[in-house]
Design a protein around this ligand. Structure first.
Ligand code: ADP
Ligand code: 5GP
Length: 190
């Protein structure tokens, strides 16, 4: 069994984080994805407890105030946070724990857990990012505009991450992500 490690995957909305992480979970048998809490409304097809724990703002803030979140942040007008207990449990079970979270949360985790590895997923260009967001068809025009604006800010933090991966060709990006996680996990093998 490998020792548990913590990996954070960030990058602009539409860069392909969700797609890559879903493939990663099949490629790396001991990888485990944390399910976040959010005040955002579910998108069609999203499942409570699998995609997110969907909470109202009062319940979300109660969790934050009770110290039950490893980190939390506001993004595009909604709150998102990582439940602490399940991450601790998975780390203790020797899992390669994946948090798919935005940059403010990533830096909060690094403060608390300096050995966490921060992975930034970049789109090949802002034009391609916009195309992917539109093609995904899950956001309205105003939300797409907000997310593209947020993307510029997020991209300006990428150098602070341990590794940057450009998601141009999906299978190449997946191979790089898998190799990085397996490489780190082997280094910490007990
Ligand atoms: P994120 O989780 O970063 O917001 P998604 O995984 O939802 O992004 O991907 C955004 C859209 O781009 C989806 O429609 C997805 O199918 C598509 N996509 C992901 N990776 C690639 C890629 N390498 N090339 C082309 N399209 C991609
Ligand atoms: P979406 O609304 O597209 O699901 O997510 C919007 C942003 O919130 C994405 O950048 C995603 O990575 C981030 N996010 C999801 N869960 C969390 C979380 O628990 N904490 C933080 N800080 N960000 C999160």
């Amino acid at each position: 069994m490998r020792r548990g490690n913590l990996f954070i995957v960030s990058g602009p909305s539409g860069a392909g984080k969700g797609t890559l992480v879903a493939l990663l979970l099949s490629a790396v048998p001991d990888a485990w994805l944390s399910v976040s809490a959010t005040t955002r409304a579910p998108r069609p097809g999203e499942v409570e407890g699998e995609s997110y724990y969907f909470l109202d703002r009062d319940d979300f803030m109660a969790m934050a105030e009770a110290g039950e979140l490893l980190e939390w942040a506001e993004y595009s007008g909604n709150c998102y946070g990582t439940p602490l207990a399940s991450v601790k449990r998975a780390m203790g079970e020797g899992k390669q724990v994946i948090l798919e979270i935005e940059v403010q949360g990533a830096f909060q985790v690094r403060e608390k857990i300096p050995e966490a590895k921060l992975i930034f997923i970049e789109p090949p260009s802002l034009e391609e990012l916009e195309r992917r967001l539109r093609n995904r068809g899950t956001e309205d025009e105003e939300t797409i505009r907000q997310r593209l604006q947020a993307a510029r800010v997020e991209l300006s933090s990428k150098e602070e991450y341990d590794i940057q991966l450009v998601n141009d060709n999906l299978s190449e990006a997946l191979a790089q992500l898998t190799a990085y996680i397996n490489g780190q996990a082997e280094e910490t093998r007990g």
